[in-house]
Design a protein around this ligand. Structure first.
Ligand code: PEP
Ligand code: MG
Length: 584
């Protein structure tokens, strides 16, 4: 059986099923609505006290940041709009408090579940968790008793709430498996912090596993085996020893500098979509935000976000990142990302169409508003601005003109902003790569967007699974372009990063180090592994390896060559260890 691995490591143990049972909430018409309002308020107060206790105990156990979730749960119980909705329902319909609460929270949960952004969608779990607590209090149903937990338990549940996860005695939990949940659910985040292997998204698993069954759970691949045979047990026990070693090693990378054995320093940053993603970035010791996909602020809404709304979001990220660099990419809408309120025609080839900077220069007002919001936020941190999908010098020069207009406006209005903000472009079209020597004279940095650069170089739609064999980050054509971009940037004296998926690929990181790439921006969970790789290689050796890949004929040859050099039997790329040992 395979689910989604959200916290790496292997757990082997006996199943412990958490079945909180469904609460049967009946609609009862009441005579005394005043009494129901009192019951609601008492339960809300008790729940707040419980959450505050949980907050304090989690601070002791896991730390302030991890405990914050219970503070935000407490705040949900203080949300005036929500509480008035419940009260109004009790009064208007003359119903019992638990029914009114459950109906109202279900409506909120539905609303969150329809949001496209994964992080926000998964916040519906938090509402469920908090409301479940209040309803149980009102109905006098006890919460789950965790005291029966034995050593090496594999927790199996339909859903694990953050409160469940925080209350578990982690010394007794070998792994966790759930039917619901996603990569960024709080249960998954807490599991990663606690270092508990976890697999989510396994439908009906609570029916398939019985209490006491032996279970193997692989939190990296998402594989779950119920009652394994002797051969499987032997294999996974061996794999567990190895994975435990690796994960310990990776966690130990936090706080260490990202520098190769021969002293080449790089920056390992995170890609984010919404301000909340900063949690994960900091959790994984990101040295900055290398790509803030600002278009997420524009998506899933009826109207364009105002300058103030945007300003608040940029400011939040900048404040939370402190001195660390935050690269905000200006609106990259179009292609596969649409917003209903902008003038976006239906196109035959949307990826080759009216998107990103092309759309911004066609809607200067939208562009200038965004730039004003970024400029205003600039005083709160270390912001850099990056323009996506540049394919001509004129686009870059026109973009800089709009930026200057936005600055002039703010100056006239007496609004403060930093004047020395670095401006960069994404190199994600072949034309930009080819004229990167010229572009480099006009900007402070480049960031290579391999996701698009591959599709445009290979002439293959990045979403077309039929052609995925052509969409490869190992193709020598792409690697040659990247080498040229890096060289042109350095010749002009500017730094160059990469924020496409290839930046987090353990097999390619050594190649890009060999080419001299200065910054790697990737999904947060990949950062510590990247640091491990960087810290265990010599740039000088990687230069030779990078050069060899450029002479190869095809992607497969490159990939096999790099697998052979770097990937261990789990494709974890820890063979670099051996390279270091050989040199010492
Ligand atoms: C890219 O194209 O590599 C990139 C990072 O941008 P996006 O994936 O958002 O198009
Ligand atoms: Mg792109």
């Amino acid at each position: 059986m395979r689910g989604l691995g959200v916290s790496p490591g292997i757990g082997i143990g006996k199943a412990f099923i958490i079945d909180r049972g469904l609460i049967d909430i009946k609609k009862i018409l009441v005579d005394d609505v005043g009494k129901e309002l009192d019951r609601l308020m008492t339960a809300l107060e008790t729940a707040k006290t419980q959450l505050n206790d949980l907050y304090n105990s989690t601070i002791d156990e896991l730390g302030e940041k991890e405990a914050q979730i219970f503070k935000s749960h407490e705040m949900m119980l203080e949300d005036d709009t929500f509480i008035s909705d419940v009260k109004n329902k009790i009064i208007a319909e003359g119903v019992n408090a638990e029914f009114a609460l459950s109906e109202t929270s279900n409506a909120y949960i539905k609303m969150f579940q329809n949001i496209e952004n994964e992080y926000l969608r998964e916040r519906s779990e938090d509402i469920r968790d908090v409301m479940d607590r209040v309803i149980r209090l009102m109905m006098g149903i006890n919460s789950f008793d965790y005291s029966a937990l034995e050593n090496n338990s594999i927790i199996v549940a339909k859903d694990l709430t953050p409160s469940d996860t925080a209350q578990l005695d982690r010394t007794k939990v070998a792994a966790m498996i759930t039917e619901m949940g996603g990569k960024t659910s709080h249960a998954a985040i807490i599991a990663r912090i606690m270092g508990i292997p976890t697999v989510v998204g396994l439908n009906n698993i609570t029916d398939k596993i019985k209490p006491g069954d032996t279970v193997i759970c692989d939190g990296r691949t998402g594989k779950v085996i119920i009652n394994p045979n002797a051969k499987q047990l032997f294999f996974y026990n061996k794999k567990k020893i190895r994975e435990d070693e690796i994960n310990k090693e990776l966690r130990n990378q936090a706080g260490l500098p990202s520098v190769t054995l021969d002293g080449f320093k790089v920056n390992l940053s995170a890609n984010i979509g919404v301000p909340n993603d900063v949690d994960m970035a900091l959790e994984n010791d990101a040295e900055g935000i290398g790509l803030f996909r600002s278009e997420f602020i524009f998506m899933n809404r009826e109207h364009q976000p105002t300058e103030d709304e945007q300003f608040e979001q940029y400011k939040e990220v900048l404040v939370r990142m402190g001195d660390k660099p935050v690269i905000i990419r200006t609106l990259d809408i179009g292609g596969d990302k649409c917003v209903p309120y902008l003038d976006m025609p239906k196109e035959m080839n949307p990826f080759l169409g009216y998107r990103a900077i092309r759309l911004c220069l066609g809607n200067v007002e939208v562009f200038r508003t965004q730039l004003r919001a970024i400029l205003r936020a600039s005083v709160y941190g270390n912001v850099k601005i990056m323009i996506p999908m540049i394919s001509t010098m004129k686009e870059l020069k026109d973009s800089k003109k709009v930026l200057q207009q936005a600055k002039d406006e703010l100056l006239r209005e007496g609004i403060k902003f930093k004047d020395d903000i670095e401006i960069g472009v994404m190199i994600e079209t072949p034309s930009a790569a080819i004229i990167s020597d010229l572009l480099a004279k006009e900007v402070d940095f480049f960031s290579i967007g391999t996701n698009d650069l591959i599709q445009y170089t290979m002439a293959v739609d990045r979403l077309n699974s039929k052609l995925s064999y052509l969409y490869s980050q190992y193709h020598p054509a792409l690697l040659r372009l990247i080498k040229g971009i890096i060289d042109n940037a350095h010749k002009a004296g500017i730094w160059v990063g990469m924020c496409g998926e290839a930046a987090g690929d353990p097999k390619l990181i050594p190649v890009f180090i060999g080419m001299g790439l200065d910054e790697f921006s990737m999904n947060s969970p990949s950062i510590l592994r990247a640091r491990y790789i960087v810290r265990n290689i010599n740039k000088k050796d990687m230069e030779i390896i990078a050069k060899s890949t450029l002479d190869m004929e095809n992607a497969l040859e490159v990939e096999e060559y790099l697998s052979c050099l770097f990937a261990d039997e789990n494709e974890n790329c820890l063979k670099t260890c051996k390279i270091r040992r050989r040199q010492q």
